[in-house]
Design a protein around this ligand. Structure first.
Ligand SMILES: Cc1cc2nc3c(=O)[nH]c(=O)nc-3n(C[C@H](O)[C@H](O)[C@H](O)COP(=O)(O)OP(=O)(O)OC[C@H]3O[C@@H](n4cnc5c(N)ncnc54)[C@H](O)[C@@H]3O)c2cc1C
Length: 579
């Protein structure tokens, strides 16, 4: 058939963009929190993550989801998952850029750098980062078992991805996952029925035999997992390898892979353990706090991942509306669209700022005084509290520990909760094209982003569980002085901010009512985001954020008060490369 019409007024693919250089808010957040950081590695990743080549891999890995092979040709169990080559290419990129365990062998600032890298990488929405995140998060829990940590730690930080299914001693790099959720209870892990029975003591410590199941067991081709099982002393944490140290496969049967809304490149299995060998990690009967040392960091990654997806959704919306004309001018110049885009820009920058602030708290608490010496953010502020440098560091360490504990549920709750609504609004900016899957290059990633958003809110503790965890965090620390300290430079800069901060600080230490916990998490998140924007962004961003979020709740995007200039907010967010 001949050409019936000319195709015009469609936007070009957003490809070949360096995602770091095009992301002014992220660069400003890094300048605030890690002023001495050498950006060369992030710059290289920014270029890679925005490339057409990585976009193609992300599309292929999602379009060709993993396949489970339970048995071989003659009926022997295999329990292996086969991935498309694009999946392995993406995993190699992720480990090559140190998105997994590298901060544990790096110096001060390495958790912050890794957090920024995680946000950049996830913009391509390849949905392969689940095992990468778990391999990052496992170290604090695994440290409780020095022998295993010594043996596995270096390979958890190795940048040479090794996707082969082999015993760990034959591999250059390993990945680890986690198994908590069972059919009868996920949030309520104390309902776990999987049993662990002591077998013997060997080179790896107390070997148990585990019998039972896990209803969700993502990335089952990981080399080992931390799991929860009931022992005589109660729920305990165990190290469960796919291969036995003496040789042979462990008794882990992959029953089937889940058919999921999104997250298609990642395999999520249902598994059964039939006397599988597993080694006790930490104290028997104290499995929940033990494995939550891992869960706290995967929660950080849920916030980082959502912030990265928001940024990509925003970039796509800005890029498209700048090119697409309707009713006589580019969409981006229509007043209502301006208001929507400016509001999305505010939300994206606030999410980036809050997620990175949590990573800063992780970095500072992990690296102790070193982190402070490295020239991190708000240096100078601490000096106000004491003239004695040593004491100032002590104050800071305590502050950062409180912030880490507080921000983990707050950031996970709020950023992830906003993610789905955000993706919907950004998708709408692209009109019908936003809703359509990609056949090749182009905006099809928007549909993937939309499908991915809810999982960050559900896994690693759904919204209510985060809100309840916030109440626990409030019970465990004197939070009001820490918040005053955190907000010290934002005080007096905006009336709505001051009013909201005063109101929250008056009641925060007394909140015990579970029914209030979501509202509290929301208020805290917004104030923390506002405080960060005051420090990292122009006053116009801070004021618009405070006036639109703290002076009354807006229920849809695009309701910025008229006095705020959307053009300035859009210009800051525009995905244009600057040096
Ligand atoms: C794609 C995917 C991959 C996953 N991978 C893994 C994995 O690798 N390992 C693993 O262990 N798990 C994994 N999970 C499971 C996930 O962590 C759980 O689904 C999640 O923690 C919720 O548990 P649940 O599904 O049992 O729901 P439930 O615990 O039944 O919760 C249902 C709802 O009730 C709410 N709720 C629960 N308790 C309360 C309460 N006291 N008050 C108010 N509300 C409450 C929750 O917030 C939630 O909204 C995965 C999930 C998904 C979707």
């Amino acid at each position: 058939m001949g050409a019936t019409h000319e195709v015009f007024n469609q936007s070009t693919p957003l490809a070949g963009l360096n995602l770091l250089r095009a992301n002014r808010p992220l660069r400003d957040a890094l300048a605030l929190h890690a002023p001495g950081l050498d950006l060369a590695r992030l710059d290289a990743l920014g270029s890679e993550a925005g490339s057409a080549a990585m976009q193609a891999e992300a599309r292929l890995a999602n379009a060709h989801p993993p396949q489970l092979h339970t048995h071989d040709r003659v009926g022997r169990r295999l329990d292996e998952v086969e991935f498309h080559p694009a999946y392995h290419a993406l995993m190699a990129r992720a480990l090559g850029h140190g998105l997994h365990g590298t901060p544990w062998v790096g110096g001060a600032g390495s958790h912050v750098e890794r957090a920024a890298a995680f946000m950049l990488y996830t913009e391509a929405e390849p949905s392969v980062l689940c095992p990468v995140s778990m391999s990052y998060a496992v170290t604090p829990a695994l440290r409780a078992h020095p022998a295993l940590h010594a043996a596995w730690g270096p390979k958890l930080a190795s940048r040479a991805y090794d996707g082969r299914f082999l015993p760990f001693e034959h591999k250059s790099a390993v990945t680890m996952g986690m198994g908590m959720t069972e059919k009868q209870g996920g949030s309520d892990v104390r309902a776990n029925t999987t049993r662990a029975v002591f077998a013997e003591t060997d080179a790896w410590g107390r070997r148990h035999l585990v019998t039972g199941h896990k209803w969700f067991f993502s990335a089952p081709m990981c080399d080992a997992f931390l799991i929860l099982a009931q022992s005589a002393a109660g729920l305990s944490c165990y190290f469960l390898p796919r291969w036995l140290p003496e040789g042979g496969r462990n008794a882990i049967a992959l029953q089937r892979l889940k058919h999921k809304l999104g997250n298609h490149a990642n395999a999520s299995a249902e598994v059964e353990f039939d006397g599988a060998a597993a080694w006790l990690v930490g104290e028997e009967g104290r499995g929940v706090p033990q494995i939550l040392a891992m869960g706290a960091l995967t929660r950080l990654d849920c916030a980082l991942g959502t912030a990265g997806l928001m940024r990509q959704a925003l970039s796509l919306a800005l890029h498209h509306t700048a090119q697409r004309r309707a009713f006589g001018k580019p969409l981006i110049e229509q007043p209502l669209m301006k208001s929507v885009l400016a509001d999305l820009a505010l939300e994206s920058e606030a999410a980036t700022a809050l997620a990175l602030r949590l990573a800063v708290a992780v970095d500072r608490t992990e690296h102790g005084n070193d982190a402070h010496d490295s020239g991190h953010a708000n240096d100078g502020h601490e000096a106000r509290h004491t003239d004695d440098g040593h004491e100032a560091r002590h104050v800071d360490d305590g502050h950062e520990a409180v912030m880490r504990r507080l921000l983990t549920p707050v950031a996970k709750f709020w950023i992830c909760k906003r993610g789905s609504a955000y993706a919907q609004e950004a998708m709408e900016c692209l009109g019908g094209n936003g809703y359509v899957e990609s056949e090749g290059e182009g905006e099809g990633v928007m549909a993937r982003i939309y499908r991915e958003m809810p999982v960050n809110s559900i896994w690693e503790g759904a919204g209510n569980i985060m809100a309840l965890d916030l109440l626990r965090a409030l019970r465990g620390a004197d939070v009001a002085p820490a918040l005053e300290h955190e907000w010290r430079s934002a005080r007096g800069a905006n009336a709505a901010f001051d009013r909201a901060a005063d109101a929250l600080l008056r009641r925060i230490d007394g909140v015990t009512d579970e029914g209030q916990a979501r509202g509290l998490a929301r208020e805290l998140a917004l104030l923390l985001q506002a405080g960060l924007l005051q420090a990292q962004a122009p006053a116009a961003v801070f004021d618009a954020f405070c006036d639109s979020r703290l002076a009354g709740a807006a229920d849809v995007f695009g309701l910025l008060p008229a006095r705020h200039d959307p053009a300035a907010l859009i210009a800051r967010a525009m995905p244009l490369e600057t040096a």
